[in-house]
Design a protein around this ligand. Sequence first.
Ligand SMILES: [Zn+2]
Length: 196
Amino acid sequence: MSEPEAGIWQAGWYRFAKALPSPNFGERPTGAHVDLIVLHSISLPPGRYGGDEVQRLFTNRLDWDADPYFQQIRGTEVSSHFYVRRDGELWQFVSCDARAWHAGASAWRGRANCNDDSIGIELEGLEGERFEDAQYETLASLCPAIAKRYAIAFIAGHEHIAPGRKIDPGPGFFWPRLQQRTGWPVSRFPEGTVPG
Ligand SMILES: [Zn+2]
């Protein structure tokens, strides 16, 4: 690892994120080749922004009785490596060297169980709604930083790796904007999300 990379990563933790360690993670399988970033959207309850419910969910501290919607997810133990607030603020819950629990049943680039070898980024938002400029800004710095440490060859939405089951981040996420900001090749993105 070169000096600049050593400076921004420490054991899989990104220096420019607020670290809030989650107990919801495991070891990656031996020999796992981390080459995929998975984008998600989340808000709790759906469509309400600015609270700390997502941080609580990912650290098993959500009060399941605080909102009727939470009954649907009661007892869920999930996590993501990263979470990008509407104002661009970045949080990290799991070391990128470890396996976070964000994808569930999934497959991409011919491999199943994407949690094994992907990095999950949750965007505070709702499927179908737009995302904020500040969130794209954060992604524009975070994604290349991840790609400096891990050999990222693919980026996809939860909707792409679990079609029919998941719809996030949804049509409100503008993939061409991320492609332009990262300068990543079109082939790295799901077919049809960015102009060829
Ligand atoms: Zn998702």
